[in-house]
Write a protein that binds this ligand. Structure first.
Ligand code: CP
Length: 361
């Protein structure tokens, strides 16, 4: 009889393709739930996209609808960006944002010039961002910029005649990550985005992170504020005194979001439908010192049916033993980022008429 060793069994398991993760089968339901309207996407033509504040509910719904179309029927793509050039300028490390933007652009048929090290450009010789932006006008059709400096994207705006998309600027904003986050929620529960949500169907969202200092959290809250009727409450797990910047909380509450700040996670976990956890990487501040109580594991008291989102990269705050549970929607979130970025890029470079029925056709 042939003996199979434990090592051989492990290798067989590792070589087996994975079945996928929760949430990747859902774009069709979202597509069917939302009526098509090209107008909000036509209005994004040639616009710089730097902040979540630039989005309204109609635009978000149409971006998610087009993203769902791209995700559910990739064979129907007509390579609408053929002949267009993306300048992908990442002055700070990135796995997901750069590769998903570049994947999105490739899938749409465009060509890419990629900068992954600012020292390979004039920045190393002291060239200003305004002058670099002036040069970018000559070489591409749209720029995607990631920088650790809050002001970098704003320093380029005055010189630019081509649109720029903010792919994360310091601790300020990460609006396209927030699009990916909300697109995931839209696929999980399309009914939340149709308006007139019954009180009993509203969701409670938990955010483990500091809105005043985390770009992903800041941008996500601004997008959630476009759908206050779908959200019973947003529970922020953070140190109360540093949770919000001046005026940040007022802005969100004026838009209709109900906010509560708590400093312990486990007591609120059983109430949460969506749990958004961020990397806990703030060295030497109180959020890091709270960190030991901010871990999600298979043993955490999660509500049955709750989904976990994380912009990734993760640290110890999100245990890998959750990966093969139905709570794991964070991998679907990273996957969906490709399609929602495709929808945004198609809009910004004025190619909506190539993928939707529009009045001028
Ligand atoms: N979510 C996110 O911004 O990841 P990267 O830093 O890898 O781009």
């Amino acid at each position: 009889m042939l003996v199979v060793t434990p090592q051989q069994k492990l290798l067989q398991r590792q070589l087996q393709p994975k079945d996928g993760t929760a949430g990747i089968e859902r774009p069709k339901a979202l597509l069917e739930a939302l009526p098509e309207d090209p107008e909000p996407l036509l209005a994004l033509a040639s616009r710089h996209m730097v902040s979540s504040r630039q989005f309204d509910r109609a635009t978000l719904i149409q971006l998610f609808r087009l993203a769902a179309q791209y995700e559910s029927t990739p064979q129907l793509m007509h390579l609408p960006l053929t002949g267009k050039i993306l300048i992908s300028a990442f002055y700070e490390p990135s796995t997901r944002t750069r590769l998903s933007f570049e994947s999105a652009w490739h899938r749409l048929g465009g060509a890419i010039m990629s900068i992954t090290d600012p020292k390979s450009t004039g920045i190393a010789k002291g060239e200003s961002l305004a002058d670099i932006a002036e040069m970018f006008n000559n070489y591409g059709d749209v720029i995607v910029l990631r920088s650790s400096e809050d002001q970098a994207v704003y320093q380029m705006l005055d010189s630019l005649r081509i649109p720029i998309v903010n792919a994360g600027n310091g601790i300020d904003e990460h609006p396209t990550q927030a699009l990916a986050d909300l697109y995931t929620i839209a696929k999980w529960r399309p009914s939340l985005f149709r308006g007139n949500v019954d009180a009993g169907d509203r969701i409670r969202v938990g955010i483990i992170g500091v809105p005043s200092r985390m770009r992903t959290v800041r941008s996500l809250l601004l997008l959630l504020a476009c759908f206050p009727e779908a959200i019973d409450e947003v529970v922020i797990v953070s140190n109360e005194s540093e949770a919000f910047n001046e005026h940040q909380r007022e802005e969100l509450e004026q838009a209709g979001l109900r906010l509560r700040v708590v400093n312990e996670l486990d007591p609120v976990l059983p109430e949460l439908d969506v749990v958004y956890i961020n990397a806990i990487a703030w060295v030497g501040d109180s959020f890091e010192s709270m960190g030991s109580g901010l871990h999600l594991t298979r043993e955490s008291p999660l509500k049955p049916g709750a989904i976990i989102l994380h912009p990734l990269a993760r640290g110890e705050e999100l245990a890998t033993d959750l990966d093969d549970t139905p709570h794991n929607w964070y991998f679907a979130q990273a996957r969906g980022a490709v399609f929602v970025r495709m929808a945004l890029l198609t809009s910004v470079v004025r190619r909506i008429s190539a993928v939707m029925d529009t009045p001028e056709q």
